[in-house]
Design a protein around this ligand. Sequence first.
Ligand SMILES: [Zn+2]
Length: 399
Amino acid sequence: MKVTSHIPNGSGRVLNVSPERIEIELIAYSKGARYFCVEVSDIEAPCEPELLLVPDSLFRIKEFIYKFYADVWIRDLEGTQWQRTRILDHSPELMRYSVPLQPGKRYLLSSEPPVRYVDTTREIFEIAQLRPHEASIHYLGHSIEHRPLFALRISNEHVKLGSEGKPLIHIVAGEHASEFAGEQIARGMLDLVLSEKGAPYRRDYIFDFVLNSNPDGNYHGWHQYNRRDWLEHNYQDTVDRSWHHEFLPYMQGKPFDYSPETVALMEWMKMTRPACYLSMHSWEGHQGNPGAFYASPEELTPSLGQAVRAITEIACAISQKLGFKFCPFSYPGDNLHLGQFLMRNEVAVAYLPEGNYAVGPDALRALGAGMLQGILNDSRIPLRELGGSKWDKITTLTT
Ligand SMILES: [Zn+2]
């Protein structure tokens, strides 16, 4: 039997492989070991090995902090459906699963079912091809390894870039490349926008979807990193190498050697001037539930404080209907994140949903569709008063 992480989206150190046991060490990025993806092939006879996941032995934290609700998913490479494997037991040092395998087949195993950059790229080009009057593809720039970043724009009419004239909703996924639960929330939003129900929204708004904002990270299976973070990674320091921390200083015009991905994404936002910025993430905590990260409402103007409370209310109500909890989290005094900055300065409404794959991909998509619909329909969220000319002051703002 062969097990390898040298595949697109692959991650993890394969320690032992036999028909009885597959042992994988999960590589730690900034905050710990979370994601893995491997391909299993050359299976000689039906077997059901134990899959053992152990934390990164080189990292300063020698245990899994948040993995207690984490599933491992399996997909037969000839099929399209990911299925949960059976959990045997979880401890902070070791997680065990049972993985049924058939001879002659090839499988993917992952803690958070990935979507390949090439597949997403093909998918958005197909949408633009099938709906030429409503969908278009835009090139934003490229990654360090020269993979293009694309936006899929949806609206019922084509408008000149930079003169949008309608409130623009910017939805971005994959800044943290392996946070595929977050991507599923974005895909739910795309489902809504493309659906029949989405017709009035396509008339009244413009939607920009950037489903792969860190294509190198997606390709290499780097959890929170882009290429430069990976090259600078070391196991001694405690720096949070989330490259999205570059976004805010870039917007403020602070000199630095910015990643080309940062330049591509930020220049696109500066040109298109969204009224709403939704950045998708995953988080393994929250006891297996989705949640969100956002500006503390107490630090915002009454109008935006009300808007952020309204989004949280919408997300909680939908989650309750879907049978799980939604765990919102605001962090007072935050001066690291672009979203919080845009909110504090009344430029755009911003929210960072955090998916959790424990609830499954369908529920995450339903959450995304419901959240976006709620945001667009709720009069407490003043989208028409935000974005556009509010961006004029962006480089002069310091708080
Ligand atoms: Zn993240």
